[in-house]
Design a protein around this ligand. Sequence first.
Ligand SMILES: CC(C)(COP(=O)(O)OP(=O)(O)OC[C@H]1O[C@@H](n2cnc3c(N)ncnc32)[C@H](O)[C@@H]1OP(=O)(O)O)[C@@H](O)C(=O)NCCC(=O)NCCS
Length: 473
Amino acid sequence: MALFRSLSALSRRNVQQQKSSPLTFVRWIQMQTSSQDTDLRSQLKELIPEQQERLKKLKAEHGKVQLGNITLDMVLGGMRGMVGLLWETSLLDPEEGIRFRGLSIPECQKLLPAAKPGGEPLPEGLLWLLLTGKVPSKGQVDALSNELRSRATVPDYVYKAIDALPETAHPMTQFASGVMALQVQSEFQQAYEKGIAKSKYWEPTYEDSLNLIARLPLVASYVYRRIFKGGQSIPVDDSLDYGGNFAHMLGFDNPVMHELMRLYVTIHSDHEGGNVSAHTGHLVASALSDPYLSFAAALNGLAGPLHGLANQEVLLWIKSVVDECGENITKEQLKDYVWKTLNSGKVVPGFGHGVLRKTDPRYTCQREFALKHLPDDPLFQLVSKLYEVVPPVLTELGKVKNPWPNVDAHSGVLLNHFGLTEARYYTVLFGVSRSIGICSQLIWDRALGLPLERPKSVTMDWLENHSKKAASS
Ligand SMILES: CC(C)(COP(=O)(O)OP(=O)(O)OC[C@H]1O[C@@H](n2cnc3c(N)ncnc32)[C@H](O)[C@@H]1OP(=O)(O)O)[C@@H](O)C(=O)NCCC(=O)NCCS
């Protein structure tokens, strides 16, 4: 009933917006709650032929349409702004932030089913939304929760592969090694070896993807308990959903921490296709590498400090501020500390973005969570002060395109508040969540028959000659 009310409210809002933006309304029509069939795979099977037709028509009718000019700056500048990938599950607007299948984060919080009324969205609901483009009912989400739990078994050799590494190995190294060991069970690889037809590729890809998503919390929590809790693992709790269970297996049973994990996994899942982890997963999968191989590659990109490792860097940086200046640091002192970081040649972690040009809505929803559940936490108050102090400093620096905070500026203090204090582990949480976006798109890559990715590269000679010719013509 609550879902129906919020759907009606959102529908009314979209009808009001219709005059100014017909596209918004079209999007809304596509977002209507799906039929009550609780089997995700059969829903997908129904959707695939129509999307295949849509892509075929697009190519046939508009294949030669220009999508922009490629400049030399773009080639040398990390391909910023260059349209080059098809990514169905989410789209990033520089000003507004991410939309998952057309829904903003506040809309997802309103529309996706929660564990309790008014609570944070269940990540299973987001997985359903990303895969089908439709808002699931609570019954559909509960069915998917059950399905993921039934797939959540990890062979012993995976744990042994992790145990072969020293405990001092970075948690991301241990996690990615565990994912590589899971690959032994790939159904896609087995099917390919038996000569499966191209039209059926998506089916074992779906099986691998759901198995992978289901198993990652077990592998990730094993890594956490191994490194930080003396190796005592905690089994799955059959009464809990995906996010709640993940928090439980890590060793956290505070209901607010379960809510935080649901929100965390939901908002970190997908950020369109060009970011390092998503793009890596997509690229590797385009060689028909199975979901395990593709996702392990994505994790290795996520482990870089300019990408997913920034959440670790933020908390360590915040703690260094406290160690040096105390929790009651003034804004003036904080400003000096930010300048000291910049002058030592480092970036201020958690600020800036390759695409966004405003405060990241993933930051905003975490801030709202903090205001609701931990307003007096001293590190949250420090994060709030940073929100005031850092953007003007980065603007003054003159070269930073986006001085505003990103998702990583906030997550650490929330986790730290509930006892997950080990910053080196944070990127693993991000990794578990990212599987939902990357695997959803990967299933569609195979369903749509997307080809091997192979962009053209050129040398400096080539660029110089081309530029000379362009200047003289
Ligand atoms: C995210 C990030 C890698 C985007 O990089 P980008 O697209 O190249 O960003 P810009 O175009 O704004 O960079 C222009 C310059 O500003 C610098 N800059 C950008 N963000 C900065 C920050 N937070 N602190 C200091 N300098 C920063 C860049 O390093 C670059 O300097 P250079 O020309 O000397 O190499 C960058 O903002 C950054 O390093 N942020 C901190 C790490 C972080 O939070 N990562 C998580 C992202 S979700």
